[in-house]
Design a protein. Sequence first.
Length: 313
Amino acid sequence: MGSVFIDAPISDEERRTRLYAGDIFILSATAGTRALIGLARQMLEEAFAPCDPRTIHESKTPEEVAAILGKLKPQFIHHPECKKIIPQIMLEHGVDLEKLHFDVPRLRSAYPSHFLSSGIAYAFHPHRDTWYSAPMCQLNWWLPIYPLEPDNAMGFYPRYFGEVVRNNSEIYNYYEWNAKNRATAVQHVKVDTREQPKAQQELEPVTVRYLPPPGGIIVFSGAQLHETVPNTTNVARYSVDFRTVHYDDVVCRRGAANIDSRCTGTTMRDYLRASDLEHLSDDVVRLYDDGSEAHSNILYFGDRLVRPGPTRA
Ligand SMILES: [Fe+2]
């Protein structure tokens, strides 16, 4: 069981060390996070106008909501303001922008379970991001846009941070997934047939739900086992999250221990340097290549979504 730090006045280096050891950090809202969720909220409210995005399931069909989200989510991901605001948030937390690399932020939605919980609004089963080709040094930053309730939040399984979970992460290759599945998310309205890494054992069904106010952040290691709590409330939950890696940790392969991830490929090409939005160099990314990239002509995602590139040997 790890510790939970709230607004801890410690260095970024020490915070990363603790996050890699399974601790979790809760950070209060700042000017930067208010700007990020303000942008998300404005885009949501415009997209669903004149309805309230939190109760949209009362006036639209799942297909209609999926179609709106199918346009809205990419618009948010690629919004130029996001790439300015995330470095600002990092600065507010004492992170060196020359060393910090981030992935474009995602806008997530979790509707009351009976309404829409697949495809574009996929309700994530218990998983580690490191079962999905995230490097062991990945940190996740998660922010609610509206007030949370325990039954429309994110659930953590802290006991499994240091305990092997039998899983089928070996089925997952990042490049294959992007080529085949991501673009079709909007089509999976009723059921989600995309095969994903899952636990292959019963889990002790005890989750911890952190409930920061809107614009507050939960920071956690990509190796934490977490899930979308099935939303049994009557309001939709909307959140923003983005992932970061720190250059020093990338090059010396520092991070959480890999106890049970066997996926292939790496998300390392997605991260952008906070100071100038440059990708990590090929030399550095190569440290994380496992050969599966040689069979793929899809190498760059993130802010560029899907861009065919040359086949790498
Ligand atoms: Fe996740």
